[in-house]
Design a protein around this ligand. Structure first.
Ligand code: BES
Ligand code: ZN
Ligand code: ZN
Length: 514
């Protein structure tokens, strides 16, 4: 989608749809809105007088202009009370509008500025949220549909080569209320475009199934994204993983004929500034292994590489934005499969760190590969480590599908990450991780084991406690995105399938370190 900020003659705006954001508690007194209303014979003000719901938060209504404007339709979008407006609400509304317009022959969309009604939100941030909503809500995973769902009937009758692709928004114009708003709106829009592009890249990678996205595919993907950038990319293949003695990665990978890879991305944006290691779980498919997952739990397990995909998106966005930080992104990529060569419950393996690990359950594979990957990340001497993983079903039970779990050994780091989550509408909540939780992962027969106590007591915390064994004294935060990585529905800026969480949150975190 092409996004641009431009003020012009409102009557000549050649968009298919003109979006008019409306507040419910203040006069919507924009000059352009006044003109449009007059041209339409006061249709908008009349409608607003008769129907209070039009300006309610989240309300969307569209009507035809009878070609009295160049735009053939006007879409009224309710923002609710101006004092209660948040960037989350704007982002959600942007997503809903984009989805509302999908398949409705709305290639070019223009949005009237709403800067005058903003009370607590800077114009650039409001614009950013709106554009993010549009770009993210405009996405559907249809790469493997030869006939797109939203091709309309009129199109169906045409030959393939004369079809106009009518499905999605192709350009978005933002119309500032004042000429001098243009730059600030452009800044917000530019940032939104970079972030959203990367979120969409991550979504697409998650959504592609595991027969396509193998550990080798992940490695090639990382190589490709680093080409012609300031990002360095190094790949470890099976024999190099063996040389590193990453016994836990090897144990998970040994049941699959597709060999594991380990991706290392490096971006140095400012020598002398802190280095963050971001480690993402890259299980391309999680069958559970010998502890096989049953029907109802296995179907979406192509999403078990969402942490690794997020690492790719975060590093790429950080490099594109030229942020003054240093990043090391690590993604161990494997398949957790079942076969004659698969690991068994009770197997004992030696981790790269030297610890002996009892595999109590082959389905707790994420913490195994992450333990070795964290150990590898420590070689870069990072100032902090953040890991991102679809780690535990228990986290979905505890926090649901809207909130990621946060655990770690450093409150300041966790607080900053959670604040970034709040600012970006990618919510996170902290779960406790206390010294005694280390007892949960003690093994009778080895140093540690990959399952906790009882029948999954505090399952998310046990997962974190296991990872804690590998971080040493380095400040560390663990993000459990088992619930938030994948959505079963289209909702606001979220689309069915991979969500791209927590790319925007962590880029925001890196951007606001100071
Ligand atoms: N990939 C799963 C966790 C998961 C569950 C992600 C649901 C997304 C949605 C993970 O590898 C797993 O299976 N964890 C086990 C751990 C248990 C065996 C200790 C779990 O949560 O049941
Ligand atoms: Zn598993
Ligand atoms: Zn898993």
């Amino acid at each position: 989608m092409k996004v641009f900020v431009k003020k012009g003659d409102i009557e000549k705006q050649a968009a298919h749809v003109l979006v008019i954001p409306l507040f419910s508690d203040i006069q919507n007194s924009d000059e352009d809105l006044g003109k449009v209303d007059n041209i339409l014979g006061r249709a908008i003000s009349q409608a607003l007088e008769d129907n209070a719901y039009l300006s309610k938060e989240g309300s969307i209504s569209m009507f035809f202009t009878n070609k009295r404007l160049r735009a053939d339709r006007v879409l009224l979008a309710g923002l609710g009370k101006s004092a209660e407006l948040t960037t989350e609400k704007i982002r959600k509304l942007g997503g809903s509008i984009a989805r509302h317009l999908t398949g409705k022959n709305a290639k070019d969309v223009a949005v009237l500025g709403f800067g005058l009604g903003l009370k607590n939100i800077p114009l650039d941030r409001a614009t950013q949220a709106l554009v993010e909503g549009f770009l993210l809500g405009n996405y559907t995973f249809d790469t493997y549909k030869t006939k797109k769902d939203d091709d309309n009937e009129k199109n169906d009758k045409k030959d393939d080569n004369e079809k106009t692709h009518q499905s999605k928004i192709e350009s978005l114009q933002l119309i500032p209320q004042n000429e001098f708003d243009t730059d600030r709106m452009q800044d917000g829009a530019d940032l939104a475009v970079v972030l959203s592009e990367n979120v969409l890249m991550v979504r697409e990678l998650i959504n592609k199934p595991a027969n396509i996205v193998t550990p080798e595919y992940m490695a090639k993907f990382a190589k490709d994204l680093s080409r012609n950038t300031k990002i360095k990319c190094k790949i470890l293949n099976l024999s190099e993983i063996k040389k590193e003695k990453m016994g836990m990665i090897l144990a998970v990978a040994q049941g699959s004929k597709n060999e594991p890879t380990l991706v290392k991305l490096e971006y140095y944006g400012a020598r002398g500034k802190p280095t963050y290691a971001i480690v993402g779980k890259g299980v391309c498919f999680d069958t559970g292994g010998v502890n096989l997952k049953p029907t109802g739990y296995i179907e979406d397990m192509k999403d078990d590489m969402s942490g690794a995909a997020a690492v790719f998106g975060i590093v790429k966005a950080t490099a594109q934005l030229k942020l003054p930080v240093n990043l090391v992104g690590i993604a161990p990529c494997v398949e957790n499969h079942i076969s004659g060569s698969a690991s068994r419950p009770s197997d004992i393996v030696r981790a790269a760190s030297g610890k002996y690990v009892e595999i109590g359950n082959t389905d707790a594979e994420g913490r195994l590969i992450l333990g070795d990957a964290i150990d590898y990340a420590l070689k870069s001497k990072p100032d902090a480590i953040i890991d991102i993983a679809t780690l535990t079903g228990a986290c979905v039970v505890a926090l649901g599908k809207e909130i990621s779990g946060v655990m770690g050994n450093n409150q300041e780091l966790m607080d900053k990450i959670m604040e970034a989550g709040k600012q970006t509408d990618e919510l996170m909540w902290q779960l406790p991780l206390l010294d005694f939780h280390k007892e949960h992962v003690k093994s009778d027969v080895a140093d540690i084991k990959n399952v906790g106590k009882g029948k999954g007591e505090a399952g998310s915390i046990s997962g974190a406690a296991f990872l804690w064994e590998f971080v040493g004294k380095t400040p560390w935060a663990h993000l459990d995105i088992a619930g938030t990585a994948f959505s079963s529905e289209d909702k606001g800026w979220i689309s069915k399938g991979g969500t791209g969480v927590p790319v925007r949150a962590l880029v925001h975190f890196l951007q606001h370190l100071a």
